[in-house]
Write a protein that binds this ligand. Sequence first.
Ligand code: GLN
Length: 481
Amino acid sequence: MIDLSNLGIHEAHDLLQNGEVTCRELVTFYLDRIKKLDGEIKSILTLCEESSLEIADKVDAKIASGQEIGLLEGMPYTAKDMFLTKGTRTTAASKILGNFIPPYTATAISHLNKSGAILLAKVNQDEFAHGGSTENSAFQKTTNPLNKDFVPGGSSGGSAAAVAADFGIFSLGTDTGGSIRQPAAYCGVTGLKPSYGLVSRYGVIAMASSFDCVGPIARSARDTEIVLHAIAGVDANDSTTVSYQQLTGKRSLELKNIRIGLDSNFVNHTSILEAKKTFETSGHKISSIELPDGDLSLAAYYVLVPSEISSNLERYDGIRYGQVSDKAKDLMDTYSMTRDEFMGMEVKRRILTGTYALSAGYYNAYYKKAMQVRTVVIDKFNEIFKNCDVVITPTTVGPAFRAGDKADPIEMYKTDILTVSVNLAGLPAVSIPAGVDAGTGLPLSLQIIGKLGDDNKVIALAKEFQSLTNWHKLDSKEVKS
Ligand code: GLN
């Protein structure tokens, strides 16, 4: 019996193509694991059992007839419940969309469908992606598969937990202020936030449209690269998309003598010491830089993002989508009672703060000021990238925290301090495991940030790091059952 645990894309592909394992066996392996372990991990919202097995049989028939299959063909994966999937319930982990069946499919998912990947399940997240622990889901609290007393991070916590628990080979997440990188860091897996505009947002439930990015979470940087190439590209349905070529121009991908910027605030972090050691042996140069101020970035983020949220979430009015309060007697009641009943506290808090920041009389003091800070952050990064190819930081200030520890929303917001500036500037960044916290035994991670369009460079550097270290080789057998 072949051991199917912890497979990467290439390994799974070879097993399938060489007839050592059937696609049905592979899908069944993950479905069985989910059934056995997800009762405690709680990462799955909707299981797509029937359709997964149906596609698997088609892949098997193709292989049996002697045909070559594509690299992603037959690859079981999961997707955050922010991605619309035609005919399959999509909730954004909110009660207001609790019974919503989308009439169309997100572009990123369509790309994966076309390459033959198999959607195993829609996974949990913070409601509308507002949060950093997946405790804000209206349905269930996902636990960290490495230790169930700790959070998996958020908001793509279901995605990171599903990859760490070996419920599929990769997962799709979204990142508005860190939601791919941070849960990847807490669960010991690799998370890639592409440059803004590289992957279409069409069919992705909108949080803050000038920040939202779609990207993969997987067990290695190599796998995130494969998925990125499958989902990236210009989409007529999202006018902010750009082609990789357009973004990158003729930049060289030489991985020699890379200039790595490091802020002196982080020199003693475990993941940074590990990165320094590894990258210096490869001949790269570390130089001192000063990152944009974290507190200012956080403040600007938590004005701009709620502002965009307040506008994007207007559409959930009890009329066009999902649930309607049956207590409502007139139109105004329908709006207010539906929202009151079916939206969670954090979502309401953000709609209120955003509406306030955009209101006449406060607009200049809050929204406009925050936009100015956003420009300062972009300028600061542009300055840094004149002398550096990439910048490294820890992804998070520490390992995953205990469930319930950040009940105060401000404490939760502060956990985003190392990720939000990247979104303010639209840059690509990857989070990779790079050490273990002595106290909790949980993973610590390294964030590699590149300039706009340098997605390939951050991925290449992450791959190099993973070829020289073993931190990413998480063994799903460690997952507590
Ligand atoms: N934790 C951040 C927030 O709550 C980021 C969320 C995200 O990237 N979706 O806004």
